[in-house]
Design a protein around this ligand. Structure first.
Ligand code: CTP
Length: 213
């Protein structure tokens, strides 16, 4: 049993506006499909995206907000032996959600934001010794140092690091360039590849580590 989070989240401001990010969900979808094609039963919890899997081993659950994603992860996490958190969850949401469309008036509009729950952090705390948890780190500077800190702070078994500095990598592209860092801080770097190929590298690493332990 595996769990994968994918895509962006949309945090509502009013009925017509939201805060989002550039995640497409392609990387998480490719990981879910690779796990499924190797025989896993996968619960894929995905934020707003046009992607739809046809793989019969994948239960695709569509959500909008970080809170909805948390609720679904909360439901499936304890039964998942392997969980991969690839979603680009919004760290903040508007403190107040307006029930009617906000009309323009002043020259400036300040929207106060409140922190969302860190889903991965909460699951890292709950993780038992039979569970393997993989996080993602999208960094723009001090990439390796920041990723190592996240392994410790979120109690991860592996972290997949990608950088916005690499051409053709991360949000929106069909390709990605990753490094995989384990909890002993060994780093394996990969070339720029199609996301479906990157997913194979990630799942192969997971298989290697989970069959060792
Ligand atoms: N994540 C999550 N819930 C959140 C924020 C992040 O589950 N509310 C997960 C992501 O899916 C990813 C990992 O945490 O696997 C790293 O997220 P990232 O936003 O890069 O790191 P943060 O811990 O939020 O730190 P910072 O924004 O300071 O880099």
């Amino acid at each position: 049993n595996c769990l994968v989070t994918a895509g962006p989240t949309h945090e509502n401001i009013d009925p017509v506006r939201y805060i989002a990010n550039r995640s497409s969900g392609k990387m998480g979808m490719a990981i879910a499909e690779e796990l499924a094609s190797r025989g896993a039963i996968v619960n894929l919890i995905i934020g707003p995206s046009t992607l739809k899997t046809i793989h019969s081993n994948i239960n695709q659950i569509n959500v909008n907000t970080a809170e909805e994603m948390f609720q679904q992860v909360d439901k499936y996490f304890s039964d998942s032996e392997i969980s991969v958190f690839s979603a680009a969850v919004s760290d903040y949401k508007p403190k107040e959600v307006f029930s009617e469309k906000v009309k323009k008036s002043e020259n400036n509009w300040n929207i106060e934001l409140a922190k969302n729950k860190d889903i991965l952090l909460e699951m890292g705390v709950r993780k038992t010794k039979n569970q393997f948890v993989v996080g993602f780190a999208l960094e723009t500077e001090n990439e390796v140092e920041n990723a190592k800190k996240k392994i410790l702070s979120k109690n991860l078994d592996l972290i997949i690091l990608n950088s916005t500095k690499d051409k053709g990598a991360t949000f929106g592209y069909d390709t990605n360039k990753i490094s995989i860092i384990d909890k002993d801080f060994n780093i394996k770097q990969f070339q720029l590849k199609e996301k479906t190929e990157v997913a194979k590298d990630i799942v192969s690493s997971i298989v290697k580590f989970t069959s060792k332990s």
